[in-house]
Design a protein around this ligand. Sequence first.
Ligand SMILES: *[C@@H]1O[C@H](CO)[C@@H](O)[C@H](O)[C@H]1NC(C)=O
Ligand SMILES: *[C@@H]1O[C@H](CO)[C@@H](O)[C@H](O)[C@H]1NC(C)=O
Length: 179
Amino acid sequence: MAAMFRMQLLLPALVSLALIAAVAPATRTHLRFYMHDIVTAESSASPATAVRVVRGVTPLPNDPTNRFGDMYAIDDALTEGPGASSPVVGRAQGYYLFASRTDAALLLSANMLFTAGKYNGSAVAVFARDAILDAVRELPVVGGAGAFRGASGYGLLRTSTFNASSNNAVLQIDMYLDV
Ligand SMILES: *[C@@H]1O[C@H](CO)[C@@H](O)[C@H](O)[C@H]1NC(C)=O
Ligand SMILES: *[C@@H]1O[C@H](CO)[C@@H](O)[C@H](O)[C@H]1NC(C)=O
C-alpha cells in the first residue's frame, strides 16, 4: 500500500521533468559587435553619446579627469565592425558610474537594443563591473526582451581603440546568450 502510494506521487514528477526537458532546450547564440562610446563629439554626424550627468566629489588616484561617483548616461551606437562608418546594428542605452573610490572600475548597466537584422527589436540587459584598464571584462547578462526574453549568459568586453585626449573609445563585445 505504502509502496503504491509512493509510485503514484513519483510518476507525475517524472512526467513533468521530461516535459520541461522537451520544451526548453537552450540554444546558444554568439554575437560580436562594437560599441562606440563618444564622450567628445567628433563631428555633427558623430555627436557625444556618453554624457556626464552626475559629477562626483572624490578624485580617483592618479586620474586628473574622473571622480568616484561620476555618472554618464549613454546611448552608444553598436556596429558590425570597429570602424566609425560600419553599419549600425543597435544601441547601448543606460549608464555607467565610477563605482570604486580607488580604481577605474565602472558599474555598467545597459540594454543592448538591436535595431537591424535578425534580432531587430530584441534587447539584452547587462549589469556589469567594468574595470576599464583590464584587457577583458565580463558582462553578466541579467535578462532580455523579444527574441532574447529570459536569456542568460555573459559577454566579454575588450577595448578596441581608446583616444586619451577625447576619452572616446570603441569596445569590442562578444555576447554568449542562452535562450
Ligand atoms: C527594425 O524594425 C523596425 C520596427 O519594426 C522597422 O521600422 C525598421 O525598418 C527595422 N530596421 C531594419 C534595418 O530592418
Ligand atoms: C583623438 O582626439 C583628439 C581630440 O578630440 C583628436 O584631435 C584626434 O584626432 C583624435 N585622434 C584619433 C587618432 O582619432
